[in-house]
Design a protein around this ligand. Sequence first.
Ligand SMILES: Nc1ncnc2c1ncn2[C@@H]1O[C@H](COP(=O)(O)OP(=O)(O)O)[C@@H](O)[C@H]1O
Ligand SMILES: [Mg+2]
Length: 366
Amino acid sequence: MKKKNVMVIFGGRSGEHEISLISAASILRSMDKNKYNIITVGITKEGIWKLYEGPIDEIENGNWEKIADESKEEKGFKNHMSLLPMGEDRGIVILGDNRTEKIDVVFPVLHGPFGEDGTIQGLFEMMNVPYVGAGVLASSVAMDKAIAKKLLQADGIPQAKYAVIMFKQYREDETNIIHEIEDNFEYPIFVKPANMGSSVGITKAYDRGELKKSIESAGKYDRKIVIEETIKGREIECAVLGNDNPIASLPAEIIPSAEFYDYHDKYIAGTTQFVIPAELSEDETEKIRNTAIKVYKILDCTGLARVDFFIERATNRVLLNEVNTMPGFTKISMYPKMMQTIGIEYGELIDRLIMLAIERFNEKNS
Ligand SMILES: Nc1ncnc2c1ncn2[C@@H]1O[C@H](COP(=O)(O)OP(=O)(O)O)[C@@H](O)[C@H]1O
Ligand SMILES: [Mg+2]
């Protein structure tokens, strides 16, 4: 079979830039070089795209950026590139170099805003190139916690009780909005920016003073804020893979070492416990797997997603928390680890994702 030209994109403008570097380096190390010609593009935190042809080991530490610039400066031009949306020749042009690279598939290893939220997916649609993961709609809906909750609620998926407020409206009518929240929710109350990830901007408010501070802090990240009842429960995740007939992994459990799974606990403390697969009854396992697939289909996901749940301790209710369309993807991340529970190893997972991207593209274009 002819080798495929795969463009792996990493970095990006979101707060999850560093996580993306780790995921991408891991993917690049595992991709079969006999099957794929790999073209690597890094996006800086400022949003500049750079072709990267240096060693994989210089990606995680951030050195890739300097190396990408140096190699081009030697040749006397800046490392700027542009996408080339030209039918069969779709690909990238290295400006200043007399060079184009044809692209067969894009693997955007980007988390959070401008990577997982449909924006870059829109660019790939315009280029008419297959890409790994969810399409424009599923990406943006899953990214927006307020919209995702509303859609899933319409289909009867159990979730924590929630409300959505607009930050601007809150500024104009603070007293009434606070009263309304207090009439409907008991402290502690979770406050989240609608569009973020990695727990950024999320706080748990224990009283009115904290609630006000939490809203102010979430308001720094988004104009839309989600208010949620606190669920006392276990945190369970499930990995889903596929297009029209998705499959689900066995569920896994996360046991945060902090009061909740906040940014520090996720990326700094290193003391979170992961139980893969989770210790659940057969019924619970099946319920989680089936709900994960149902949620995946409702949001029209393709490729992959990690679907996150709570199991409420007092009631055993299974509640959906959120869907991540480009979850952490290092070899030891939850998504690949969960896929192993159904016999899909890391290298095979990458192959399957690339095939799914092409399959979806061909279906749409035939
Ligand atoms: N309603 C809730 N009740 C209890 N804990 C919650 C609730 N919502 C979020 N959390 C905690 O906060 C973490 C981050 O929230 P989440 O909605 O998953 O945001 P992110 O997209 O940033 O991961 C969760 O993993 C969980 O530990
Ligand atoms: Mg989460």
